[in-house]
Design a protein around this ligand. Structure first.
Ligand SMILES: *[C@@H]1O[C@H](CO)[C@@H](O)[C@H](O)[C@H]1NC(C)=O
Ligand SMILES: *[C@@H]1O[C@H](CO)[C@@H](O)[C@H](O)[C@H]1NC(C)=O
Ligand SMILES: *[C@@H]1O[C@H](CO)[C@@H](O)[C@H](O)[C@H]1NC(C)=O
Ligand SMILES: *[C@@H]1O[C@H](CO)[C@@H](O)[C@H](O)[C@H]1NC(C)=O
Ligand SMILES: *[C@@H]1O[C@H](CO)[C@@H](O)[C@H](O)[C@H]1NC(C)=O
Ligand SMILES: *[C@@H]1O[C@H](CO)[C@@H](O)[C@H](O)[C@H]1NC(C)=O
Ligand SMILES: *[C@@H]1O[C@H](CO)[C@@H](O)[C@H](O)[C@H]1NC(C)=O
Length: 266
């Protein structure tokens, strides 16, 4: 009887521990995953992947028919004019992938760490409604995030969030910084001139549009050029150094467009 009472007390104690721990730290995440994921058979997921496989339960709609479709969380971390728009379109052409664009282009979503977390939580719970949302079962959900959109400013907290929530990052950058600079200047030029029937297109969708925009040949200030390139290089290098402890792969735009066998699964 005493033993039974003891074990009951222990049971209750453990329960309260569990309830208390369903909160924020990484240990609680383990408890939470086990509780939330019990109905789905995870034995097909390799041990090394378990941390990155999720079964979100959105609040705004029922995901019942896809409940046991595992979901990966990702973020395309990039800088302006590095091909990330094109890359994201490529990912979104898959029926099970939703990459929700530059979610943090809006200042209020990145004004402090709590708004950043709130926004990320919404995206990764599959409650983010955008043109990238799919009717099919989502197998990967993410967003495009530029280094200067609160990412560099909050790097330590964001690394922590990614590691805690099992988010994988895709670092997408450009090897040729001169090309990137030319693209920036051309993009700024078009922002004022609106060469395509009065609309500014940051991303072209036809070769017709590309040819019109490519007619602009920017003049570079050679006396400040080296300094500008060095600044851009330093900014990215330091940023990636600060983000490197997240689970990530690094892709260069130039390799992506030239090499048809780049592997994304690593
Ligand atoms: C989970 O899947 C594996 C492999 O398909 C199977 O052997 C196992 O019986 C399943 N477990 C449950 C609880 O359904
Ligand atoms: C964070 O930013 C949001 C949106 O700008 C604001 O409403 C909120 O009060 C801020 N919170 C803190 C703790 O500064
Ligand atoms: C999502 O947004 C689209 C328009 O962008 C709208 O038609 C649709 O009703 C929205 N869905 C939800 C669940 O809010
Ligand atoms: C993709 O979506 C379809 C339709 O909802 C679903 O049957 C399939 O299992 C999904 N594929 C993956 C890899 O999740
Ligand atoms: C601009 O307008 C003209 C005439 O309406 C049309 O033929 C052309 O395709 C348009 N160009 C673009 C880039 O939308
Ligand atoms: C070129 O850069 C130098 C050094 O930053 C600056 O002093 C100069 O005004 C610039 N020239 C033009 C035409 O913008
Ligand atoms: C293309 O990428 C693959 C995998 O990343 C690599 O093994 C191969 O050598 C690359 N090929 C070229 C031509 O760069």
């Amino acid at each position: 009887m005493v033993v039974l009472a003891m074990s009951m007390m222990c049971g209750i104690f453990i329960c309260t521990m569990c309830v208390k721990q369903i909160g924020s730290d990484s240990w609680s995440r383990i408890v939470k995953i086990e509780v939330a994921e019990q109905p789905c058979n995870k034995s097909l997921v390799p041990i090394s992947e378990v941390q990155f496989v999720h079964y979100p339960q959105p609040l705004t709609y029922s995901r019942s028919e896809c409940m046991c479709t595992p979901v990966r969380f990702f973020a395309i971390i990039s800088s302006q004019r590095s091909g990330s728009g094109w890359f994201e379109t490529l990912l979104n052409s898959h029926m099970n992938v939703s990459s929700n664009g530059e979610v943090f282009s809006r200042k209020e979503r990145r004004s402090n760490m709590s708004s950043i977390i709130k926004t990320l939580d919404k995206v990764y719970s599959l409650d983010w409604n955008s043109s990238a949302s799919k009717n099919q079962c989502t197998a990967a959900v993410g967003l495009k995030w530029m280094l200067n959109q609160g990412l560099v400013a909050n790097h330590a907290d964001i690394v922590d969030y990614f590691n805690r929530r099992g988010v994988s990052a895709i670092f997408l950058f450009r090897r040729n910084l001169l090309h990137q600079l030319v693209s920036q200047l051309a993009n700024n030029h078009d922002r004022y001139l609106r060469q395509l029937n009065g609309t500014h297109k940051a991303h072209v969708h036809t070769s017709y549009e590309a040819n019109i925009l490519a007619k602009y040949k920017p003049r570079l200030n050679t006396s400040s050029l080296i300094r500008r390139l060095k600044q851009a290089d330093d900014y990215t290098r330091v940023a990636l150094e600060n983000l490197k402890s997240m689970h990530h792969i690094t892709i260069y735009y130039e390799d992506l467009i030239r090499n048809k066998t780049v592997s994304f699964c690593g």
